[in-house]
Design a protein around this ligand. Sequence first.
Ligand code: GYE
Length: 310
Amino acid sequence: KTDDSSSGSSGGGKKTITLGFSQVGSESGWRSANTTSVKDAAKAAGYNLKFSDAQQKQENQISAIRSYIAQKVDVIAFSPVVVTGWDAVLKEAKAAKIPVVLTDRSVETSDDSLYVTLVGSDFTDEGRRAARILEKVLQKAGHKGAVKIAQLEGTTGAAPAIERAKGFKEVMDAQHKDDWKIVVSQTGDFTRAGGKQVMAAFLQSNPDVNVLFAHNDDMALGAIQSIEAAGKKPGKDILIVSIDGVHDGFVAMSQGKINAIVECNPLLGPQLMEVVKQVHDGQKVERWIKTKEGDYMQDQAAAALPNRKY
Ligand code: GYE
């Protein structure tokens, strides 16, 4: 799927920047908000944006990037669906002298010169924050006894899935070796359908889980359906912590079904466009441009909801 939302020239005789952007897919509310932010910001900046949606498939992203190289765009930006397997295509971009800016997710590469910078969140820290907010949730719920955690992981091999799990486990191993245990963990691919299906299976195999840690809100929302279908109360029988802070996540939290959300900001468009301009102009930029975000407990949900921007 490719749509070229070309916008007008920047005027003043300056050449319009052509930006090729390869999006992961449209798997979640976070992703929809991110796509809108990128398109709006490119338009506002007066860039010629070539946008394509890879439908969560690395091969689609690789061919989109190759086509941007063939079209000789000025800058390539993309959110890599998984961390590995990019060196070949990134080398082709380098050989064509087209700078690459990563956004949202990172890659693993042996050659640091293959991309200029990453504009995105610290996912390991989000995992740590999720564990710390779970401590508060358990305390608030007056939870006693063993904490049996079900984890819904994001897309296998994706930076946010790897790093959120890592950050969470880090706090768990350091502070809760005796009282917390991840009893079951599987990918739900960051989608509602995935969360729903995998949670239903978890409830069959491990009916005693009392906490759900979901790597994003959409999977938590899908899981809530399965928890209710099993005759249990989400937010009570199973305490739920998730990551993102999308509108529907906040609605579920204000209804008492999600206990806490760690925010991950998808509105990266304006920052990305700024960096693209700097890179295009040959300026030096930071290697990692981090996004600022907050944490929310259930009792803050109703008040925060009207002000949420995604
Ligand atoms: O948390 C999830 C989306 O990469 C941060 O991808 C992003 C994640 C986000 O599908 O909802």
